[in-house]
Design a protein around this ligand. Structure first.
Ligand code: XIL
Length: 372
């Protein structure tokens, strides 16, 4: 394991200054309780400073939610940020002639104030893409040319708005089918543009912002069948001279689904194709895929949280081993209370997939991850 002397020293200095700040806060109340508490914790961003960035996703609602603990964590623990929802097409460009930048602009400001690099999420997705993109009139499909023009306009405008401030964009999200014998997912984009829509999207994105990194993002790419489909997709892009910088492995794991050997193989496979690899939406549900029970409405059992800590530790060992191929590990939510796992796939079912609990306190998984 790589723990440089500089790193150890930096952690001590930070820990010490944290204690001093806490004492200061107690003495003259210049700091909120939540912030003071964060100061004495090790920071993920510093612990992994020499390996990769550690990021987090949330939506603009958090900024004025009054959840001081979550905001303090977001601003101190992480050095990368992904807007969870506010740059999705339906939110940022709800009507053909209406762009809604307010929420995403506020998030950009937070990220910049806290020295976080920003990933734009996302340009082309089968969800949250309003019908008007694909129609001339309600129920009347638009031509391929019209849809391409709309996509070009969208990218030029939105990517243009954030040019120079966004490190990279998830250009296409979840294009690959989870069905065994289907390559690309049945999506409005596939219907409107045909099989080369992924290529078109990457070409237009490159044109709109040549300075941004461009990623393909998807889930379950650790599973061999889906991984092979992604390899085919990326290879086709590369063979046709399309610019692509990296791949986002979403990393929505479940407690029993973590297969570290397959995760390692996936990172190696895409890195060998010349791509940078990001873990773009990391979390770990206590529930298995397809499990719809609500077994832990009042809190997670300690033994499951311990198991989760072991699984996170095992994952981060894989990430550390492959740190030269990875740029960023981004958690999909600041704390358990802010995770989309609480409402997807089962509405109002508490889940416990992240490193911090609902009060913003570190869970066993946090300590397992910072221990390295
Ligand atoms: C999710 C958000 O977390 C939810 O708040 C929203 O209601 C739906 O989208 N893969 C992705 C993300 O690429 O954009 C999704 O985010 C989670 C799955």
């Amino acid at each position: 394991m790589k723990q440089t002397k500089r790193n150890v020293l930096a952690q001590w200095v930070r820990a010490l200054s944290g204690v001093m700040l806490t004492l200061l806060a107690a003495g003259c109340s210049t700091q909120s309780g939540a912030e003071a508490q964060q100061d004495v914790l090790p920071n993920l961003r510093d612990v992994y400073a020499h390996d990769f960035r550690v990021g987090v996703a949330f939506s603009h609602g958090l900024l004025d939610s009054g959840d001081a603990a979550a905001l303090a964590l977001a601003g101190t623990q992480f050095n990368a940020f992904t807007p969870e929802n506010d740059m999705k097409w339906a939110n940022i460009h709800p009507k053909e002639n209406a762009y809604n930048y307010g929420p995403a602009d506020a998030l950009m400001l937070f990220a910049e104030q806290h020295h976080m690099s920003v990933t734009g999420h996302t340009l082309v997705w089968h969800q949250e893409s309003p019908n008007w993109i694909f129609e001339d009139a309600p129920g009347v499909p638009a031509s391929r040319e019209t849809v391409l023009l709309r996509l070009r306009e969208h990218m030029r405008t939105v990517m243009g708005h954030y040019r120079g401030r966004i490190h990279g964009w998830d250009v296409v999200n979840e294009a690959i089918s989870t069905k065994k014998d289907e390559w690309l997912r049945d999506s409005p984009w596939l219907k409107a543009l045909g099989e080369d829509y992924v290529e078109q999207a990457f070409r237009l994105a490159r044109e709109a912002d040549p300075g941004a990194e461009l990623y393909y993002n998807d889930y379950n790419l650790e599973q061999p069948v889906k991984r092979e489909k992604a390899v085919r997709l990326i290879k086709r892009l590369q063979d046709r001279g399309v610019h692509i910088d990296g791949i986002g492995l979403q990393g929505h794991f479940t407690l029993k689904s973590v297969d570290t050997a397959e995760v390692a193989k996936t990172i190696e496979t895409f890195a060998a194709m010349g791509l940078r690899v990001n873990i773009s939406e990391l979390d770990m549900s206590l529930y298995g895929y397809g499990d719809r029970d609500n077994r832990y409405p009042d809190g997670a059992p300690a033994e499951l949280l311990a198991e989760q800590a072991d699984q996170y530790a095992a994952l981060f060992q894989v990430f550390l081993t492959h740190h030269d191929k990875l740029d960023r590990i981004t958690f999909w939510g600041v704390h358990d209370g802010l995770s989309y796992a609480n409402y997807m796939p089962v509405k109002d079912r508490p889940d416990y997939p992240l490193l911090f609990d609902r009060a913003g306190k570190p869970k066993p998984a946090f300590y397992a991850v910072v221990k390295r």
